[in-house]
Design a protein around this ligand. Structure first.
Ligand code: ADP
Ligand code: MG
Ligand code: MG
Length: 897
């Protein structure tokens, strides 16, 4: 027969699945000999069976009776005894701590008879006993039987009002409480249609049932969905002998943390409330005292508590959060768990514990969250939320202040023309807004969730964002928005707080983060504990990691920035931006319109020196480190005007009788290049094959730039990457055309590089499954996981915002596959490609250059796959280094597909 009930002495901290977190830790503390009231735990399995069968599992209540009897004999008291009653609490407790489930019922076992016994136990403290009784009826009614809380509150208010205008709970006498109890019993009867159960076993049975049912309550379900907790875990129920913190000034209750959870500092931290029971602390009825005050009130208990705190910390080797009660000078521990902490606190604590010898380096490394590292570099709004004109979702961390603009074009223009700092405010954003979004300090939208286009792009680019602030009503015609009665016009300054979702009018003072200041060399910042912790643990990560970390960088400035952040090369240098700017666009258009080889060559001659200049800067910034340059990838029509706009322009010009021959010529070309589905159209290697001079010009620019750097004493390491290859012949033919171009220059210049490789992006499913063939023509592969995800799912990355939230909510995908690599699909393609590629070509180098290269879970996967490096945005380099270090010491399962 299944065992459904465990005495505290039978469990331990590793039994959270069965006993829930609270039960497992109560058992652990009991076995450590700490002063925990006796009790037992009903398992999560009992809960699941109850929910499946719609009733208590066979044998459960008999087992509860046995454990209750054991509890009674160890306490020398009987539940409900009229002379000397045992009282218990009934407490829910799932594997993960979960607000939203049933609250705790205290003082269970009281009835009209045992209330006298309770008074006798406490030296005839009638008032105390009656207060405990009325609290029990109130809690039981509210929590177990769903009697509206107001009904009891109202009766309590009336009783107080009868004592005088400012009367408190404490002004009610024993007799007042007696009368109030009668009133409560009547309220109970009115709302439930039955009498309050006087039989303590009945009280217990109903309470256990209520805890079981609360697992499927709406609040609990919502919380689980939000926090990605499985619905199949169930909750345990803890039955614990009561101790009383409300027996006078020598009693009380509180919460203690073994370290300060927000600063991480190694000082005791917490709250204490004298003469109070359980929920009083949370309810905020009276102001709590800082924990340190307890030393003045009750030095002995404080000392005892400090000892327990040290014992627990040494035992769990982590910061613990403890709930305790003092009954007439006697300390009781009612709960502990490894405490939650801020992103800041976790670094300081991990480093301190390492210094103290409590944990080793690997453990310290795993104690910090790579997903939260980026936040620590972001600016914050100094003030609290007071004065916010609207609040939306905290979609991307960081604070930003700037002038309001309402379109992406304006954002780009204002930012470029005179360096104005702007905040882009829109209802929603679309892929067409991208250029304006990256030109903005921050993004604010009035619609859309945390997976909207705006939110996803903002996080991807490290730009602070507040999304879905629905109080904001945008009036595009008036170039203004209003929010809760305040009007803000274009050009007005606002401040947004991507940590809280608050929106403010005006420029609020922002605090630079200590880490960012320290990173930039500020000596005071570097002496702070957070930097010391960061510096040391990152060193550990760098020592441990096997993955190299490169950056995706397109300019010398980005390259320098990335190198300062620890990048060990460039994994993706996109050349498309090198084709922007008026002079370049003109040359590109000339190339597109060329009707003869000579015309085309003339266009390349303009572009070549410009491109070369860009590459020189990048090779210099990355001297001695590999730089992967991707040849032009996007379709050519991106360099021409928009089809619709141009059509309108030509039509209008013609109507006005203007000479539109030139525009018509352009329009003809735009039409000719127009694609139904540019994502799958003439781009990447296909473009290179159709316009061979284009790639040859790019290769010439790269090699000549590298020669120049080499001759200047530098050590350029060149990797040329051909995008969007699907078949081996595509790659081989392209190489056959391009390699001689490079060789010729090297010979002419009399230069040799220490490193020159040719490779391809693996970003199409066909390339992945034929990687064995393709590898024979490649020195390296770089997984382009953005396109690979796009083509594997058939999801457009730019449009997924419309449905990804719903997909995640319904658990149709485990996570947004553009953020975290989809292991069974995309991950499996990568595994096939790397295994077969390496088998065919043992010296093949492997890396990843999609957005996933900066996502900790994906970095862990890449480690498991045995890639040589990950490449990510410069601002994610530290995150990737940390995640790679964690993966190396087992922080992420090296789960391969
Ligand atoms: P939560 O899961 O919300 O923390 P708990 O089950 O820990 O709920 O109960 C809340 C509070 O009730 C505890 O912190 C403690 O103060 C009080 N409490 C629970 N059980 C007992 C008990 N047996 N004796 C005294 N106080 C108790
Ligand atoms: Mg608790
Ligand atoms: Mg691509």
């Amino acid at each position: 027969m299944t065992k459904y009930v465990y005495d505290f002495s039978e469990g331990n901290k590793d039994m959270k699945d069965l006993l829930g977190g609270k039960g497992a830790n109560l058992a652990e503390m009991t076995n450590m000999g700490l002063p925990v009231p006796h009790g037992f735990t009903i398992t999560t399995e009992a809960c699941l069976t109850y929910l499946a069968e719609g009733g208590h599992p066979a044998g459960l209540m008999a087992e509860v009776d046995e454990h209750l009897a054991a509890l009674e004999s160890s306490m020398h008291k009987k539940l409900g005894d009229a002379g000397d009653p045992l009282l218990v609490s009934v407490r829910s407790g799932a594997k993960f701590s979960m607000p939203g489930m049933m609250d705790t019922v205290l003082n269970l076992g009281l009835n009209d008879d045992s209330v006298a016994g309770l008074a006798a136990q406490t030296g005839d403290d009638l008032r105390f006993a009656r207060d405990a009784y009325r609290r029990f009826i109130q809690m039981f009614g509210k929590i177990v039987m769903d009697v509206p809380a107001d009904a009891f509150e109202h009766a309590l208010d009336e009783a107080k009002a009868a004592k005088g205008p400012d009367a408190q709970d404490t002004d009610l006498s024993a007799d007042d409480l007696s009368a109030l109890t009668e009133r409560f019993l009547a309220i109970y009867r009115e709302h439930t249609g039955s009498d309050f159960p006087t039989d303590p076993k009945e009280q217990l049975r109903l309470s256990i049932e209520a805890v079981f049912k609360s697992w499927n309550g709406k609040r609990a379900r919502d919380y689980r969905r939000q926090n990605k907790i499985s619905d199949d875990l169930g909750t345990a129920v803890n039955v614990v002998a009561m101790v009383f913190g409300n027996r006078g000034e020598d009693s009380g209750t509180g919460v203690a943390f073994t370290r300060d959870p927000s600063t991480g500092e190694h000082v005791p931290y917490g709250d204490y409330l004298a003469n109070a029971q359980g929920e009083d602390v949370v309810a905020g009825i009276r102001n709590t005292l800082p924990l340190a005050k307890l030393e003045e009130i009750d030095a002995a208990s404080y000392k005892g508590l400090r000892e327990v705190m040290d014992t627990l910390e040494n035992h769990y080797r982590d910061m613990c959060d403890i709930e305790f009660t003092i009954e007439k000078g006697r300390l009781w521990i009612l709960q502990t768990r490894v405490g939650k902490r801020t992103a800041f606190g976790e670094w300081v604590m991990a480093n301190d514990m390492l210094t103290e010898g409590l944990i080793d380096e690997d453990t310290a490394l795993l104690r910090v969250d790579a997903n939260r590292l980026e936040e620590l570099f972001k600016r914050r709004v100094e003030a609290d939320g007071a004065g916010a004109i609207a609040t939306g979702l905290n979609a991307s961390p960081g604070a930003a202040t700037g002038a309001v603009v309402f379109s992406a074009d304006e954002a780009e223009r204002w930012a470029k023309d005179d360096g104005t700092k702007v905040i882009l405010v829109r209802r929603e954003t679309t892929p067409d807004d991208y250029h304006g979004m990256i030109a903005s300090q921050g993004i604010l939208t009035s619609a859309g969730g945390t997976n909207s286009h705006a939110a996803v792009v903002a996080r991807g680019e490290g730009i602070p964002a507040v999304c879905g602030a629905d109080a904001i009503k945008i009036d595009l015609e008036a170039r203004a928005f209003s929010a809760n009665g305040t009007t803000v016009r274009e050009g007005d300054t606002i401040t947004i707080d991507g940590f809280t979702g608050n929106v403010f009018v005006g420029e609020l003072p922002l605090t630079d983060s200590v880490l960012e200041k320290a990173r930039q060399g500020d000596a005071t910042a570097q002496s702070q504990p957070i930097w010391q912790a960061y510096d040391r643990l990152m060193r550990v990560a760098d020592e441990r990691r096997r993955l190299r970390v490169r950056a995706n960088a397109d300019t010398p400035e980005q390259s320098t920035n990335a190198r300062e952040r620890g990048a060990e090369g460039i994994g993706l240098c996109r050349t498309e931006h090198m084709f922007l700017g008026p002079e370049r666009v003109a040359a590109v258009q000339q190339m597109i319109f060329a009707e003869s080889d000579d015309e085309e060559k003339a266009a390349f001659d303009v572009l070549l020196p410009l491109q070369k200049g860009d590459f020189v800067g990048i090779f210099q910034a990355m001297d001695g480190l590999p730089v992967t340059v991707r040849l032009l990838d996007p379709p050519l029509h991106e360099f021409l005007p928009d089809l619709t706009e141009l059509s309108v322009e030509v039509a209008l010009g013609r109507e006005r009788g203007e000479d539109v021959t030139e525009q018509e010529k352009v329009l003809g070309k735009v039409r000719q290049l127009h694609e139904m589905n540019p994502m799958l159209g003439l781009r990447g290697v296909r473009l290179g094959i159709l316009k061979p001079g284009l790639y040859a010009m790019q290769v010439r620019a790269i090699i000549e730039a590298a020669c120049q750097v080499r001759k200047g004493g530098g050590d350029p390491k060149v990797e040329i990457m051909i995008p969007l290859v699907a078949t081996r012949p595509e790659l081989q033919q392209t190489r056959d055309e391009l390699e001689p171009v490079a060789q010729e220059i090297l010979q002419r210049e009399g230069v040799a590089f220490s490193h020159l490789e040719w490779g391809t992006m693996v970003e199409l499913p066909r390339a992945a499954v034929t990687a064995g063939e393709i590898a024979e023509s490649a020195d390296f592969f770089s997984f382009g996981t953005n396109d690979l995800t796009q083509t594997a799912f058939g999801f457009s990355r730019d449009d997924i915002g419309k449905f990804v939230a719903m997909y995640e909510e319904r658990k149709l995908v485990p996570a947004n596959p553009f953020v975290t690599i989809d292991l069974p699909g995309v991950g499996r393609l990568m595994k096939i490609a790397s295994d077969e590629g390496r088998a065919a070509n043992p010296s093949l180098h492997l890396g990843i250059c999609g957005e996933h290269g900066g996502d900790p879970a994906s970095v862990g996967f890449c480690h498991g796959l045995g890639l040589d490096y990950v490449s990510c945005s410069p601002f994610r380099v530290e995150t990737a280094r940390l995640a790679a270090g964690q993966a190396a010491v087992g922080g992420f399962s090296s789960a391969t597909a």
